[in-house]
Write a protein that binds this ligand. Structure first.
Ligand code: COA
Ligand code: MG
Length: 299
């Protein structure tokens, strides 16, 4: 089985908060996402970039005090802001950072070096800060596996549908059909790299039933979690990406049947008319392990 590098890092629900909105950052600290994502990038206008950086720097300790990881989204590699963002925010309260509009594995290596500089400047061990790259350019989708493996800092791939459709010059639709291949390629690359794939936010934030359908569809093709843009989306996302009591019960039955067969010297058996063999029991074990994921991070 592939080892998931971030196995102790739960990444089911990730809450975006615009970094220049102090009241929202304070409010966010009362929410219960697996991960907080204070945003310095596209929810912050150019004139507000410095204010957002300063506001997040000042409040990140308060957010980290919830015990949940904080992964600020920094400005992209081709902007004038990225270096200052990293220098201001890298520190003990920041588990990792997220960076949008990645194009190549070399982008990851450049960010890696920049984070190493910021870590040295803050007296932190080099390599401590994790990285979640956004796969949201055509180039990145086609090179997602090499991007995911370009640095051991990478703990997940985030898929961004809005920027991808912009990059491709196509219209964004509500059924995701125009990004279905890119979504699957991102999930395949993440699985091959042994990291979770995280899905693009769902913008119709008042429509819970539509969010649930959207998240279920994501989960079916391999996404392990999803970004939220509003705290009201967290419960649905958390529920969809957590195993249900029925799934857990089924997994326990599969494991019990397999172990009983193993005691009798058999490598496969059946349960209610279906074969239970090694991959089936491994999937059941992975499901149970995923249920006990906590927000703790190792290292
Ligand atoms: N984080 C923290 N608090 C949030 C929030 C978020 N992402 N989204 C909304 N809230 C707060 C609001 O400030 C409001 O607080 P209040 O009751 O103290 O006034 C409360 O939750 C209810 O908000 P609501 O009135 O339902 O929504 P809104 O119209 O204020 O905000 C958005 C809607 C879409 C503008 C807002 O959710 C938002 O900015 N989301 C983040 C967008 C983002 O980060 N985009 C970048 C990634 S694509
Ligand atoms: Mg984007």
């Amino acid at each position: 089985m592939t080892s998931i590098r971030s196995s102790r890092l739960a990444l089911r629900s990730l809450l975006f908060v615009p970094g220049n909105r102090e009241s929202m950052l304070r409010k966010a600290a009362g929410a219960r996402p697996d991960v907080f994502v204070p945003d310095l990038e596209d929810s912050v206008p150019a004139a507000e970039k410095a204010n957002a950086r300063e506001t997040v720097e000042r409040l990140v300790g308060m957010i980290a005090a919830t015990g949940r990881p904080v992964f600020p989204r920094l400005n992209g590699i081709d902007t004038i802001w990225l270096e200052d963002d990293a220098r201001a925010l890298i520190g003990p309260d920041v588990t990792g950072v997220s960076v949008g509009k990645i194009r190549t594995p070399d982008d990851i290596r450049r960010i890696d070096a920049l984070l190493a500089d910021a870590e040295r400047a803050s007296g932190l061990p080099v390599g401590r800060t994790r990285l979640i790259p956004w796969i949201e350019t055509a180039a990145a989708v086609l090179d997602a596996l090499r991007i995911a493996t370009a640095s051991p800092r990478v703990v997940a791939l985030a898929f961004g549908a809005e920027d991808l459709t912009l990059d491709m010059g196509i219209r964004r639709s509500s059924d995701d059909s125009e990004v279905s291949v890119a979504r699957s390629l991102t999930c395949l690359a993440a699985a091959a790299a042994g990291v979770p794939a995280l899905d693009t936010p769902f913008f119709a934030f008042r429509d819970d039933a539509a969010l649930e359908r959207n998240a279920e569809a994501s989960k079916r093709i391999g996404f392990r979690g999803k970004f939220a843009i509003h705290p009201d989306q967290l419960a649905t996302i958390q529920r969809v990406f957590s195993p249900s009591p029925e799934e857990l019960e089924e997994a326990r039955k599969v494991i019990a049947a397999f172990e009983e067969a193993a005691r009798e010297g058999r490598g496969s058996t059946s349960l209610e008319g279906r074969v239970v063999d090694v991959p089936v029991v491994e999937r059941a074990r992975a499901l149970i392990a995923s249920a006990s994921n906590g927000p703790e991070v190792d290292g």
